[in-house]
Design a protein around this ligand. Structure first.
Ligand code: GLA
Length: 387
């Protein structure tokens, strides 16, 4: 891979002398969905799939971007200190946003650079290709220009780039999982204070299978913001009666006692999801520690149901994909992962059933939706690194 990337860099920028190759992972969230903006626990892991970057400093102030995934775009350029959005759909907004976030913190680049990127995450699959690119860029800046930034800060700078530069109101989960990933470990992150711990994912004979629904999600951003707003309003209503900072500060029993404060049924359902998903995530972390895969799988299924019925972020396609998975032999658990409204499911499948799982789930999914799903057997990988 490294050789191929260096060759591609040389093809674009003349030669690859002194160029460095970096990698940052994508992520899959095992459980704890849509609660990273309600102060809940999430349980993501980094993948061995992700984004590669090849970089070399320049003598002038030019910053050149090229992506092997978007060769039709050619080389795009900006200058040190000039970070602007010209086209909202432009992929360079993510690296530019990170450079902007670094500059805002006083970390200014001493010269320009030539950059080449390549991502092997399936596009639009909800595996955080944008967080991967953001954290990768931040990691590169630190290594190349000597900035000292911890993994947690790298995640926060990536999130800031996405929130304030790109205008996407995401939580902290994706960037944190990418920046802090560890091989064969899930990260139990408490999003209200960013405390975290690693939990080894030791599932002998069990594989993690991701199924990309290939459903194009066009409304996801506005719906995402709508859910955030609904949760904020529900929180405000609960705060009239009880002193909490986040929805997920409530346990299930306290929520049940106070939910009448929420004056709208839809908002009640949203808050119900947040509180119960948080409880499920804590229980799932316990189950993972105890190697209790069956309990873990059951919680994944409950999580999906709640995202479908209470939070309404799954849609017909993700429901069809998860329901098809639940019917298969050897499946321990399956649920949508990420933002929803399309994207992927994550399933835990016993090794000997993986082939039949892929075949039968794919078949049922196509029968129900007319779409074809793509399946990936994935491994849990580490955080950003110099190759
Ligand atoms: C997207 C966001 C995350 C998180 C998930 C849902 O991936 O970027 O911050 O909210 O959706 O869990």
């Amino acid at each position: 891979m490294k050789e191929k990337l260096l060759q591609a860099f040389a093809d674009q920028y003349g030669d690859a002398q002194d160029a460095r190759v970096y990698f940052a992972p994508g992520r899959v969230n095992l459980i704890g969905e849509h609660i990273d903006y309600s102060g809940g626990y999430v349980l993501p892991c980094a993948l061995t799939l992700g984004t590669y970057g090849v970089v070399r400093k320049r003598e002038d102030e030019k910053i050149c971007f090229y992506s092997m995934n978007f060769p039709e775009d050619g080389v795009k350029e900006t200058r040190v200190g000039t970070y602007q959005i010209e086209d909202e759909k432009d992929w360079t907004n993510y690296p530019k946003g990170v450079m902007w976030a670094f500059a805002e913190k006083g970390m200014k680049l001493s010269c320009g650079m030539d950059l080449l990127f390549f991502g092997d995450l399936p596009a639009g699959a909800g595996l955080s290709s944008s967080a991967s690119l953001e954290v990768l860029t931040g990691f590169i800046l630190c290594d190349l220009y000597g900035f000292e930034v911890s993994g947690e800060e790298l995640a926060l700078l990536g999130q800031r780039a996405e929130n304030e530069f790109c205008g996407v109101n995401c939580g902290i989960m994706d960037q944190f999982a990418v920046a802090m990933g560890k091989k064969d470990q899930a990260i139990l992150l408490k999003t209200s204070d960013l405390s975290y711990e690693y939990i080894p994912v030791k599932l002998p004979g069990v594989k993690i299978v991701i199924a990309n629904s290939n459903k194009k999600h066009s409304l996801n951003e506005s719906k995402y913001n709508e859910r955030r707003q609904e949760c904020e309003t529900a929180l405000g209503e609960l705060q009239q009666a009880i002193g909490i900072n986040n929805l997920c500060d409530l346990d299930d029993k306290t929520f049940d006692a106070y939910q009448i404060m929420i004056k709208d049924e839809t908002r009640q359902k949203r808050a119900h999801h947040a509180v119960y998903e948080n409880e499920r995530t804590k229980n799932a972390a316990e189950a993972l520690r105890a190697n209790d895969v069956l309990t873990f799988g059951q919680l994944m299924k409950e999580s999906h149901r709640s995202l479908s019925e209470d939070y309404e972020v799954t849609g017909e396609e993700m429901d069809a994909l998860a329901e098809a998975a639940w019917q298969q032999e050897g499946v321990i658990g399956s649920r949508m992962t990420g933002g929803g409204f399309g994207g992927s499911t994550v399933s835990l499948v016993r090794e000997e059933y993986v082939d039949s799982f892929i075949k039968e789930t794919g078949k049922l999914y196509t029968e129900k939706t007319g779409l074809k799903a793509d399946f990936y057997l994935v491994e849990i990988g580490g955080g950003p690194m110099l190759q």
